[in-house]
Design a protein around this ligand. Structure first.
Ligand SMILES: [Zn+2]
Length: 385
């Protein structure tokens, strides 16, 4: 068993690895002698092999508890207000990496047909839940990555998501009222699962075979839509509440469609063209819980987990990197990435005065953290020691 102090050292080191976007344990090793560590860790940094070993055995529930602690502190400080009376969470699946060569007990696998024959590809997927809080005043909104659950071999994403929610709802019973999700989640078991737990759902409706879809499809031509506007786009909205054509779901459902027109200026020709996008959502939210306009907003907020969650974590934070190919290590490194993400954004939104924050992109603060590591790397000590 590794001593407790090493666990804290390893987790705190990986938080800095993410904040400074080092990208790998090798890069961490490169700055292992920086004087920064003795201030941050109250002692020396352990070897990167130890950092890796600790993540392979660390209790992932303790990491989840750490994320919950941050949530609780922010909630008590009223930093996570509802949006128009609703607390919103968004759920989505993400494939973190794939490989033909390396695999572990947690790998999923699929057959890829190549010109040189079929090959087995190994990969990892997880489902993540992000909390979307309101924005009082001019500060940036705080989005918290609450938890993730690895998808296990032989199960689908929705099953993994329900296991995730089961755990999250014990730890965060009142953190959110409604869950947003993509079309994959428009299933009766998923809707009923949340309704049984007094939560509402809003999901993309794209399965044209569903009775409820066919029902409303017949109405679109006959019912005059309302004119609306969403983020500067002119919209035509249809809103059909109290639909009973999906009897497997325990409550009547509501279908909302938003046809949105916007102008795109082509770079090549400098011509402006009109584009239209068409969205259909199914939800358990009643018209008194969310107006049409609010429901359309929620429908679009589903993308926040992609745009502000996965995209940022993967492209900017390097969170898809396999620091160690082991099921517990992959789960643990990603939870530490979530913790780093939450603390970083909460710090930017709440601890910095607007006049200090203004005009500085995220990368400015990242470089400031990196500067701590590189300004006094402790390399001089190598020769003299
Ligand atoms: Zn694996």
């Amino acid at each position: 068993m590794l001593p407790r102090i090493s666990t804290a050292v390893a987790i705190k080191a990986v938080l800095v690895l993410f904040w400074s976007r080092l990208g790998s344990l090798n890069a961490l090793e490169g700055v292992a002698r920086a004087r920064f560590w003795s201030r941050w860790l109250k002692g020396p940094l352990c070897s990167v092999d130890t950092v890796s070993d600790i993540h392979a055995v660390v209790d992932v529930e303790a990491l989840r508890e750490g994320i919950h602690y941050v949530y609780q502190r922010l909630k008590r400080n009223k930093a996570l207000p509802d949006v128009a009376g609703l607390a919103v969470a968004v759920l989505d699946g993400h494939e973190s990496h794939s490989s033909y060569l390396r695999h572990c007990a947690g790998c999923l696998q699929r057959t890829i047909h190549t010109p040189r024959g079929d090959r087995i590809q190994y990969y990892h997927r997880h489902v993540a839940l992000m909390l979307l809080a309101g924005t009082p005043g001019s500060r940036p909104p705080i989005r918290l990555l609450l938890d993730h659950e690895p998808q296990r071999p032989g199960e689908d994403e929705v099953t993994a998501a329900m296991r995730l929610l089961q755990r999250v709802l014990v730890r965060y019973p009142r953190a959110f009222d409604v869950v947003l999700a993509d079309g994959l989640y428009a299933t009766a078991p998923f809707f009923n699962f949340l309704l049984d737990r007094r939560k509402q759902v809003l999901a993309v409706l794209k399965d044209e075979r569903r009775n409820i879809y066919q029902d409303v499809a017949g109405l679109f031509d006959r019912v005059v839509p309302c004119a609306g506007e969403h983020r500067g786009r002119q919209c035509r909205w249809w809103d059909f509440p109290e639909l009973v054509s999906w009897p497997q779901v325990k409550v009547p459902l509501r279908v909302i469609r938003s046809q949105e027109t916007y102008t795109v200026r082509r770079q090549l020709t400098h011509q402006s063209t009109q584009e239209t996008s068409d969205w259909i959502w199914v939800t358990s939210l009643s018209t008194s819980q969310a107006t049409t306009e609010r429901a359309v907003c929620l429908g679009h907020q589903r993308w926040d987990v992609e745009n502000h969650g996965f995209n940022e974590l993967v492209n900017d934070w390097g969170a898809d990197h396999v620091f160690r190919h082991d099921p517990n290590a992959i789960e643990a490194f990603l939870l530490v990435a979530f913790l780093a993400y939450n603390l970083f954004h909460a710090f930017l939104a709440l601890n910095l005065k607007p006049q200090i924050r203004r005009g500085k992109p995220q990368i400015f603060w990242v470089r400031l953290v990196s500067a701590e590591l590189y300004s006094d790397p402790g390399i001089g000590g190598l020769d003299s020691s």
